[in-house]
Design a protein around this ligand. Structure first.
Ligand code: PRX
Length: 631
């Protein structure tokens, strides 16, 4: 049975049904999956604790819904098409049957190496099919994966291993990224030294570079799978058992482990994948994200494979060997649905249309964006030059915590509007609240974006610290899930995301906590205090602007600034490196000692003519000094 919405009136009808009787609505969608035991209740929830359960007491294995459910009809169909970093290297096409064998085999390896249900496994790997195999093998045996983006530093990796007390790391010798070769195994070695729970490290040979293998701990992937059976009986788990943990930044210093569970995540990612992208059997779908982010989890691996789709995985970067690479891949593989980030669009837009000219792009039917607001100019460029005015753009708003797309056009069904994520998907009951917690009813309103009813793939907790989950998402507005985003609902009822209203900045679609970056900067021995804010950046959406008070003795400013950049790279990773660092004599503070970020944001944005009242500051004179040195 198809759950695909095909007309605007169909959407309106489905949305209405999903609000009037959510249990019936989701039961109908869930019925198309394979459950070892059906649920007792569709949803059981309260947003106070919070305590949310979907498909209570149902039993399943998510990988049975990818493989056993599809093998009979789709066994020989490509599940994954892999495009390597270097275009002259061979493409790999893996059918559902082959992927099934690889996943079963690696499930057997994990078990043989001591992993059982509930154990946490870290995946720190390049964009190769084995990364998907690793995730699915964990899911098959009921282990919990936590994928860490392979650009994070050893310290960040160690923090995540320690937070979830992982037993194993799956990694590679090195990664290819454009013209660079990155020594990934060295990072893992350094990280594991700072942890106590890791028993085994399995290493995929990818670049062939020299690595040291610690005897008793490290195993080569190809040796581990050698001669291992490709058959495996899936572990049957509860609908609410943990599927994965994914760490994400928030407004406090330490990234938190967002927990997703099996049943609801399976149902929602499949449903949204099929509807948003209007995937039809035989189509080639490509999402350019990395599996280290939620987009990679939900819309490279789980959603598409659960829907029996062919998902393209790309190892490289958009500008290697040249700025036409994305478009070359679209033509080479006849991609039908293409999903990327506004930051990539803006970066490619900067090269002009010349790199696009050699390509037809005539297979494209739907093009999508995710991760940050898309400005009108980039939207039009994408629409005209990539979509050739023919393909609908799906601007999908969602978060690590939401598990799946929440607000988005349904391709070809919902009329689009540049820079608008448009309308909520069925099942998503949004509310806009003012700062006093009053729900703003009707159109032409602006405020805090909240959700008032649970949806199947919402986060259940933050790993090891449920109170933090309650505090972060459920305490600002009682009875609501608070997203941290500001939003406008226009006169047509369309939603436009205005960006974060908390201390989180969005750099190239990556979430960065200002406190997290400040903590890293403060690790430099000469730094006394720092404050980090976001500012508009042409390509990245937002850039990182750091104001730093330093002990300058014996140091030149330029050396110190470079050292601070390196400190942040070492502690978090290159993605957190500040774009601008200004050494300042002081930071504007209130009389109670709180940094006035509002003022720093204005200076970073160059809006110095409208500073507002600074006379109540403890040190108003510092504002002029900062303005005069601003970059
Ligand atoms: O601010 C919103 C922005 O990205 C945040 C979520 O980041 P993350 O958990 O890393 O997930 C990104 C990929 C799902 C949101 O709170 N964001 C995401 N999509 C959009 C967006 N802002 C505007 N428009 C979007 N389409």
């Amino acid at each position: 049975m198809s759950n695909k919405i095909q007309t605007l009136s169909g959407y309106i009808h489905e949305y209405a049904k999903s609000v009037q009787d959510p249990e019936h609505f989701w039961a109908r969608i869930a019925d198309s999956f394979h459950w070892q035991k059906r649920w007792d209740q569709v949803v059981d929830w309260n947003f106070e604790e919070p305590d949310v359960k979907w498909f209570t007491n149902a039993k399943l294995n998510i990988t049975e819904n990818i493989f056993e459910r599809h093998l009979y009809t789709l066994g020989d169909k490509p599940a994954i098409i892999w495009e390597p970093n270097d275009p002259s290297e061979e493409v790999r096409t893996i059918s559902y049957k082959e992927l099934y064998g690889l996943v079963c085999q690696f499930s057997n390896v994990l078990k043989a190496k001591g992993i059982s249900k509930g154990d946490r496994v870290i995946i720190y790997m390049p964009m190769v099919p084995e990364a998907a195999v690793a995730m699915l093998a964990c899911a098959r045996i009921g282990a919990v994966h936590s994928v860490v983006f392979a650009g994070f530093s050893a310290t960040s990796l160690a923090d995540r291993i320690n937070d979830c007390k992982a037993k194993m790391v799956l990694t590679s010798d090195g990664n290819f990224r454009g013209a660079k070769k990155i020594a990934v195994k060295d990072v893992v070695d350094e990280a594991v030294e700072q942890t106590e729970s890791i028993e085994k490290v399995i290493v995929l040979k990818r670049t062939g570079q020299e690595v040291s293998m610690k005897s008793g701990r490290d195993i080569w992937w190809h040796e581990a799978i050698d001669g291992v059976s490709t058959e495996n009986q899936a572990e049957i788990v509860d609908s609410e058992d943990m599927l994965f943990i994914l760490y994400t930044s928030g407004s406090t210093g330490k990234p938190k482990g967002v927990v997703h569970t099996c049943g609801g995540y399976m149902v929602y990612t499949t449903y949204t994948f099929q509807n948003v992208f209007q995937y039809s059997q035989g189509d080639i779908y490509w999402c350019t994200a990395d599996v280290g982010w939620i987009t990679g989890h939900s819309y490279i691996v789980y959603g598409p494979l659960l829907a029996g789709a062919t998902t393209l995985m790309f190892e490289g970067v958009p500008t290697y060997p040249d700025a036409g690479r994305f478009w070359a891949i679209c033509d080479k593989h006849k991609v039908n649905q293409f999903y990327t980030a506004p930051t990539a669009i803006r970066a490619l837009q900067a090269y002009g249309t010349e790199p696009i000219e050699p390509y037809k792009l005539d297979s494209l039917q739907v093009i999508g964006t995710v991760g940050e607001p898309i400005n009108e100019e980039a939207w039009h460029w994408y629409h005209d030059h990539i979509g050739k005015g023919r393909c609908p753009i799906v601007d999908t708003w969602w978060q690590t915590e939401t598990g799946g797309v929440m607000i988005s056009p349904i391709a070809g069904v919902t009329p689009t509007k540049p820079s608008y994520a448009t309308l909520p998907l069925p099942g998503i009951q949004l509310a806009i609240l003012d700062n006093d917690g009053k729900e703003l009813i009707g159109n032409s309103v602006e405020g805090n974006l909240c959700v008032k009813f649970p949806w199947p793939s919402m986060l259940r907790t933050t790993y090891g610290d449920h109170e933090r989950c309650r505090q972060t998402y459920f305490s600002s507005f009682k009875g609501y899930y608070f997203t941290g985003d500001g939003v406008k609902r226009d006169e047509d009822g369309y939603y436009r995301i205005l960006g974060r209203v908390d201390d989180v900045i969005n750099v190239s679609g990556h979430r960065m906590g200002t406190a997290e970056v400040e903590n890293a900067i403060n690790e430099h021995p000469k730094v006394i205090e720092s404050a980090v804010v976001g500012y508009p950046h042409d390509i990245k959406g937002q850039g990182i602007y750091a104001y730093v008070i330093c002990d300058m003795e014996g140091r030149s400013e330029s050396n110190l600034i470079e050292e601070i950049r390196q400190t942040v790279t070492k502690i978090i990773g290159p993605i957190a490196k500040p774009d601008k660092i200004q050494i300042v004599p002081g930071l504007p503070k209130t009389r109670s000692g709180k940094i006035m970020r509002r003022i720093l944001r204005k200076i970073a944005t160059g809006e110095t003519s409208s500073m507002g009242d600074t006379s109540t500051l403890l040190n108003p004179e510092v504002v002029e000094e900062i303005i005069s040195g601003a970059q």
